[in-house]
Design a protein around this ligand. Structure first.
Ligand code: NA7
Length: 541
């Protein structure tokens, strides 16, 4: 019976809940996955580490956290009713509103009754004889399921560098992705921020205005571009609601599933004056237009990329008063867009404030955390608060931190020790009925997440209707996909920086491009084609 929790007593253990499907994570992907699997009549349990829904938008509560995607493209597209009911207040909606939205979705589709909160999954072990996954929580609770879907997010396994003395600090420390619910009063405090990625770039200008003094420890400067957020007026709201089919159609057609479309010309084909005119126009526009509406070879041609990179460098120089500080903020060691482009609001102006200091840790590396603050090779800085904006063990981290064991006891961690190995990003050989519902294509998150969730749901429906009980990719199909993904990666500049895109931010992590570097339409077409051909490349039993 759908949604009923049956229990059985297993030898040597407590009661074990039996489910048709278990979804790990109640974020953007997990909520929709739960909804779709329930529609198949399966008994589904969604296990969520947090105390509420939202995933990324539940955990990342730091001041300034917001979308870089246009709000109207980030919301789910699957329900016309939901689209008409929800009003986006800002063009790039902030975390509190995004969390409210996902709570609204959970309530509207009555999802909460199948979500178990405060439930951290520690292991998932495949029992080949029974064709069941046994899932264990930190609490010791165990459950069994035929289908296991990991909707764990691509940026959820937080990373804190193993600085010596990290526990000796007597003040307060926070990682941006585990920001407390209750407001932290930073007024007048001496605050450190370590990191200058997309998160820090959102956070810094907001807290700079509150703190007594802010010291930013930067290892690599980024090419940050203006977000240009604004309120959604009533007329625009009406337009969104009237044109959602067109908005979604456009997102399904563009390479990265945004409303932005690349300029069909190559950068160096046009005159310097024409190039500059486009750059200035893009700069004045909101969102990722500077990246995704640029000349079409911006991410494939080094010279084209460098031309725009220099434009951005000069924009940075023009905004920072002290030329020495400005030069430290100017990226020179990687192509534009080879790291995620942070979108900012008054980020560079923060460094013009008297109470903000930039420390370049390439010049003076952090040696240790002390009881009072941070010791670099140069001096000791004293703080009341240290904020780690040091990112995530992206894409694979949230999966390999769970002890996932497939056929023959093989762990996912071992299998992926030399890099990510999947077929279509959806399954991995040797782990039957285990699906990955987190979008790792280079794609506006929700757009591709919806596609993956629908693909997985349709696949499970097919398996059940056709009288099969399990599915896993063949090693050959997986090998071919890994080779194809590497070939796609080699055609872009996305692998050219030491970023989370390639696992370079985590010491010891294998270097492979973790994002699928083909266009989102091509990815969707490939997944659809595989399904149409009776799940080509998979073994169904
Ligand atoms: P990111 O983009 O991975 O940024 C992490 C930052 O932390 C980055 O500036 C790192 O410098 C810095 N970092 C990491 N380790 C260290 C050490 N050991 N010392 C000094 N500085 C360090 O994470 P975010 O949270 O900002 O953004 C992640 C994504 O979330 C983002 O792309 C959006 O999609 C949303 P580095 O650049 O590695 O030299």
């Amino acid at each position: 019976m759908a949604n009923s929790l049956q229990s059985e007593q297993l030898a040597g253990g407590g009661p074990v809940g039996q489910f048709g499907a278990i979804v790990i994570g109640a974020g953007v992907s997990g909520l929709y996955q739960l909804h779709r699997l329930r529609q198949l009549g399966l008994s589904v349990r969604c296990l969520e580490d947090g105390r509420g829904v939202g995933g990324t938008w539940y955990w990342n509560r730091y001041p300034g956290c917001r979308f870089d995607s246009e709000s109207e493209t980030y919301g789910y597209s699957f329900s016309k009713e939901l689209l008409q009911e929800w009003d986006w207040k800002e063009h790039y909606s902030g975390q509190p509103e995004n969390e409210r939205y996902l709570n609204y979705v959970a309530d509207k589709f009555d999802l909460r009754r199948d979500i178990q909160f405060d439930s951290r999954v520690t292991s998932a072990v495949y029992d080949a004889r029974a064709n069941r996954w046994e899932v264990q929580l930190e609490s010791g609770q165990r459950m069994r399921t035929q289908f296991l879907v990991a909707a764990v997010g691509i940026l959820s396994a937080r990373y804190i560098p193993p600085f010596e003395g990290i526990d000796s600090f007597k003040g307060a420390s926070y990682h941006t992705s585990r920001w407390p619910k209750e407001e932290i009063d930073l007024t007048g405090k001496r605050v450190a921020v370590i990191g200058t990625g997309a998160t820090a770039v959102q956070l810094i200008p907001i807290i700079a205005k509150k703190v007594g003094h802010l010291t930013v420890f930067q290892r690599t400067p980024n090419y940050c571009a203006p977000l240009r957020n604004s309120l959604v007026d009533a007329e625009t709201q009406r337009r969104f609601k009237a044109t959602y089919p067109e908005i979604h159609k456009k997102c399904r057609e563009t390479p990265a599933a945004f409303i932005h479309e690349f300029d069909p010309r190559c950068a160096l084909e046009v005159s310097p004056e024409e190039r500059l005119a486009l750059y200035e126009e893009l700069w004045a526009r909101p969102g990722f237009s500077k990246w995704l509406a640029n000349f079409r070879d911006i991410m494939t041609d080094r010279a084209a990329n460098e031309d725009f990179a220099e434009f951005v460098r000069n924009k940075i120089r023009a905004r920072v008063k002290d030329p020495v500080v400005a030069e430290k903020l100017v990226p020179k060691d990687h192509p534009f867009g080879s790291k995620r482009v942070p979108l900012e609001t008054e980020y560079y102006e923060a460094y013009n404030r008297d109470n903000v200091l930039l420390v370049d840790v390439r010049e003076t590396p952090i040696e240790r955390i002390t009881s009072k603050g941070i010791k670099t090779s140069d001096r000791e800085y004293e703080f009341d608060v240290i904020i780690y904006a040091t990112g995530f063990d992206a894409i694979t981290g949230a999966l390999t931190r769970i002890d996932i064991r497939g056929e023959g006891g093989q762990t996912l961690k071992d299998k992926w020790a030399n890099g990510l190995r999947t077929y279509l990003g959806l399954q991995t050989a040797g782990f039957p009925n285990f699906f990955i519902a987190t979008n790792s294509a280079f794609c506006n998150y929700t757009v591709c997440a919806e596609m993956l969730v629908e693909w997985i749901s349709e696949c499970i429906r097919y398996i059940r209707e056709q009288g099969y009980s399990r599915i896993a990719p063949t090693p050959q199909a997986e090998e071919a996909w890994v080779a194809h993904a590497a070939e796609m990666a080699s055609q872009t500049l996305l692998s050219d920086a030491k970023s989370w895109f390639v696992g370079a931010n985590i010491p010891g992590k294998a270097r492979t491009l973790l994002l699928y570097a083909n266009t989102a339409p091509a990815y969707r077409a490939k997944c659809a084609e595989v399904a149409t051909r009776g799940y080509e490349g998979f073994v169904l039993q």
